[in-house]
Design a protein around this ligand. Structure first.
Ligand code: URA
Length: 427
């Protein structure tokens, strides 16, 4: 086989056989095909797409490029969850404990944040003492005991995806539906849970900006999952504004704990968590969607989900007292409140921009090895549709790295779309 022929075929929208795709992935992972030729092929995919058969073949070849986990030592039915990435997305910290409290196991391998979206590992590591790099035996022991654990991606799981994702990030080749599908599904299939729930985010803070693209990706991932023999469901959820009020690692852990403490019982974060937990439970055979919704709500309202989180934090070496007292989480040294300059009605909040401001305050990284500030981020004081009076807070910015908020405040303010309701404060 010949890499130039393969690039040529995709460039001319001619399909590849599964043998050609396996050879391409194996040869690239082994270092036989260089980065520049793989980049050319990935860009051809970005421009021309792949057929569903090619996407399935790519997914399986990437899954088979490294180790696979064996979850058979976990006694309960296992469900994995993946979000395509958003701003303020702390749902794993809520859904995992809630689903575990309803009798299934959620063994999760997560990534760190890169760019404007956050990563569950960074959020969890803001809990004092908590370890996310655990040997597999300890991970499965925790899942067997509490039903929920999250560890960072380790070992040699999907090395093809690691190399290809790095190339895609460096060559503007991330936003391709077949490549996102193969990247996500290969990792999820290698993890080997019994069922898989995909949360496909849609809107300004997500890779998929339109509902049409989000449903296209969701449908493709469900069919690729089914073809690989995995019970897979994809739910499209809104990411046109940040999810919940908090963006930033410790701030998001605090909000997740508050929801599990029963302090947040409505709103988009709560509704999304119930919807996703219910879908996960239904997929795992726990009842109808309606029954599973009630089970999820009860697991939270009764405090049982918070108990799962507490036990998991303790077993991963973290301080479980954060579940009662969130002031034990890292506290920012500096803060700045952005206020309304006139009476206004909020018409939009650009999630991607809020994510970028949070990153610049120290909560995220532009490059893979950047150090992050666990206390940094933003707490929104307004939501879309709110009417805000002059001088009322719109959001508060937090950081321990920098005390000068002037640039961040201007950029954050520009992320808010509003309708002027008249009364102006001429500062
Ligand atoms: N998340 C992934 O894991 N891969 C992608 O390609 C995009 C988002």
């Amino acid at each position: 086989m010949n890499i130039i022929d393969i690039i040529e075929r995709t460039k001319n929208s001619q399909s590849l056989s599964s043998e050609q795709i396996s050879w391409l992935v194996e040869s690239y992972t082994a270092g036989i095909i260089p980065d520049y030729q793989m980049s050319a092929w990935l860009m051809a995919v970005c421009l021309n797409g792949l057929t569903e058969e090619e996407t399935s073949a790519l997914t399986l070849a990437m899954r088979d490029s490294g180790d696979k986990l064996d979850l058979s030592s976990i006694s309960r039915i296992t469900a994995d969850k993946h979000s395509t990435g958003g701003v303020g997305d702390k749902t794993t910290l809520i859904i995992g404990p809630a689903a575990a409290a309803c009798g299934i196991a959620v063994p999760k391998m997560s990534g760190r944040g890169l760019g404007h979206t956050g990563g569950t590992i960074d959020k969890l590591e803001s809990i004092p003492g908590l370890r996310t790099e655990l040997p597999f035996e300890e991970f499965s022991e925790i899942v067997n005991k509490t039903g929920f654990s999250v560890i960072s991606q380790s070992g040699d799981l999907c090395p093809a995806d690691k190399k290809m994702y790095a190339l895609r990030s460096a060559t503007a080749a991330v936003d391709s539906i077949p490549l996102i599908c193969a990247s996500v599904m290969s990792k999820k299939l290698a993890l080997g849970a019994d069922c898989l729930l995909l949360d496909v985010k849609c809107g300004s803070g997500a890779f998929m900006k339109t509902r049409q693209d989000a449903y296209k990706l969701a449908g493709l991932m469900e069919r690729v999952g089914a073809a690989a023999g995995k019970k897979t469901r994809a739910v499209v959820t809104d990411m046109s504004a940040p999810l919940g009020n908090a963006v930033g690692n410790a701030l998001e852990v605090k909000e997740a704990i508050e929801l599990l403490q029963g302090k947040i019982t409505r709103g988009q974060l709560y509704d999304t968590c119930i919807e996703l937990t219910a879908n996960m439970l239904e997929l795992a055979g726990k009842g109808s969607l309606e029954e599973c919704s009630s089970m999820a709500a009860e697991a939270i309202a009764s405090g049982r989900a918070l108990e799962v989180l507490r036990e998991t934090i303790a077993m991963q070496g973290g301080d479980p007292a954060v579940c009662d007292d969130t002031s034990l989480l890292p506290q920012p040294r500096f803060s700045y409140t952005v206020k309304a300059a006139h009476d206004m009605e909020i018409t939009a909040i650009n999630a991607q921009e809020i994510g970028m401001v949070s990153l610049l305050l120290g909560a995220g990284r532009l490059a893979k090895d950047d150090r992050i500030d666990p206390s940094a981020g933003i707490v929104m004081d307004c939501s879309v549709g709110d009417k805000i009076s002059v001088d009322a807070p719109l959001m508060t910015l937090y950081s321990s790295f920098c005390s000068d908020f002037s640039d961040a405040a201007v950029r954050a303010l520009n992320a808010i779309g509003y309708r002027d309701l008249g009364k102006v404060n001429n500062y």
